[in-house]
Design a protein around this ligand. Sequence first.
Ligand code: ADE
Ligand code: ZN
Length: 329
Amino acid sequence: MPLPKAELHLHIEGTLEPELAFALAARNGVTLPYADTGELRRAYSFSDLQSFLDLYYALMAVLRTEDDFADLADAYLTRAAAQGVRHAEIFFDPQAHTARGVEIATVIEGLSRALERSEERHGISTRLIMCFLRDESAESALVTFEAARPHLHRIAGVGLDSAEVGNPPAKFREVYQLAAAAGLHRVAHAGEEGPAAYVREALDVLGVERIDHGLRSLEDAELVERLAHEQIPLTLCPLSNVRLRCIDALTDHPLRRMLDAGLLVTVNSDDPAYFGGYVEDNFTAVRDALGLDDETLRLLAANSFRAAFLDEPRRQQLLAEVAAYDFAG
Ligand code: ADE
Ligand code: ZN
């Protein structure tokens, strides 16, 4: 059994495997511009974030009904359980669906159906985090938030994703204020392709509790000191960083330097269907590339539960599972 861990940076739409994409396409009468799963997989070669996002949004055309969203989430949870995931905080992109004429209620109710039975079926507790697309307008984010209001009991927090450069966090000040007033947690992608200044802005203007990626924080020594002092969690996604060419090779990944700087870093999978691995695959890949020992892996797993939006009894229970984990067993 793999090391118990929480997954905190996972886009549910990024778990759409080619086989499920074709099955849903057939179920919904959607024609994909690829002959088969092999041809689709060969398209998974990206030069940057935008080249990935183009395919990621295009493939969502197969997601239409509550059943589709429930099946997508259940397929992810099945894979995650086999990778040692005991708690998952799952992002979704409502605007990518409402823009295609799929109601936000369909998305949230479908995902929630799979999430509600996850503890019983997979032993995984879950949270749902609604992301705003930062390359859409601030008004569109506000309209999305209001459309989600009747469903907020199903949503633990808000996030910010999609094309980063040129779309600074401050653009979304108002909708994050509404989210805070509604008692929701707040996170944001920052410092993936964008500058360290976006990490600062996400903290100062949006009041986020975690930074998704935060890779480029290292370019600002003062920021690193602050992240370490305040123990702001960073949700790193190593295989994603290589596939989207944020770094050249996994051996260049700054994860170890970040740990040495006292940062609270976690390892996650981002869009595992596209980037060559789920969360345990990310753990194994960084272990091999950076020569991490067992106790460092245990620290990364413990960090994932420290950084999670969990109630204290479950956090302590899961931290105890990590402490007791036998790598030889
Ligand atoms: N949406 C899905 N994956 C993403 C990523 N890695 N960065 C920004 N937006 C995303
Ligand atoms: Zn992401």
